[in-house]
Design a protein. Sequence first.
Length: 380
Amino acid sequence: MNGVDWKAMRDKYAALLPFVNHRNDLTYLLGELIGELNNGHAYVAGGERPDNPRIKLGLLGAELSRDAASRAYRVDRILPGENWDDATRSPLTTIGVNLKAGDYILAVNGTPVASLPNLYDALIGTAGKQVILHVNSTSNEQGARDVTVVPTADESPLYYLAWVQKNTDYVSKKTNGQVGYVHIPDMGQPGLNEFTKHYFPQIRKKGLIVDVRGNGGGFVSPLVIDKLRRALVMIEMSRNGVPDTNPSNTFLGPMVTLIDEFSASDGDIFPFRFKTLGLGKLIGKRTWGGVVGIRNPLPLVDGGQFFRPEFAPYSKDGKGWVIEGHGVDPDIVVDNDPAKEFRGEDQQLDKGIEEIQAEMKTKSYELPPIPPYPNRNPSS
């Protein structure tokens, strides 16, 4: 209990119980109570509340602006998406729609957008349903056509994909294709999928930037670290092939990891492992500092849930607890300027590029050429 007088805390907060008039009040009170423990992963959730169903707004996976003269909506940017996955489907990139940045939306389901206060008034409740857009390359009717799209309920996965691809392209361009970039959004199945998708295609790069900024935690950091720390033992050559590492998929160049204050839970633990194992420098800001972990929640009588901390790490020399309440310190502190970040400048990423390029001058490794083939002719 971190030395907290729990009986005293119970009595302190019990004084507020007569004023609880709603489950939200009780949730707030319980949250304040368990907050006295100063432990990560102590949560209260759920409970008996009135059901307030939300009407999903249909979103087009695009950034739009209103033309002042015609009041039509101009398509300024279309988020590319990955249309083989429904979660990352970008509606305006569907086959047959053929829209591009600079085109205009004139009407939605027959309603001219010029008559609407906002285009999204016509998209209320349309997520996952077919919608007819009246579109044109100009803001007038001549040459306009109808296309059928299915709006999505959530554009955030599309923005995430676009951000990752932007960073990947930026790193590649700044390093003449020599440095790879991998962002891991969490340490669960989605994060492991993202790591697998981006890491292995870039495994022959000369350097690597691993980005765990904003990582929401989970439990797979040991799996990721095991891949990154794989060491070369020998070189394999196959008939009609080229030399390859043994073990396979061994990364040979230097690495750095980007961290920030939103690298949380197993997103804290990953950079701790990375630093402890000497895999490279940490760049950015001190991580969140919440690694006292949870398993399954306790059920409450009204259907709520109570998450109680159950396990925590201490140092391998046995001298003290690690990470919790402090986080993991970067080797190089870089705090992104919000104004510059808003304009698209990522100072932490730029520093990562600078450091990895410097390390590549002394830590790069090339597979040696195939040696002369052996002569095993006993008569020679």
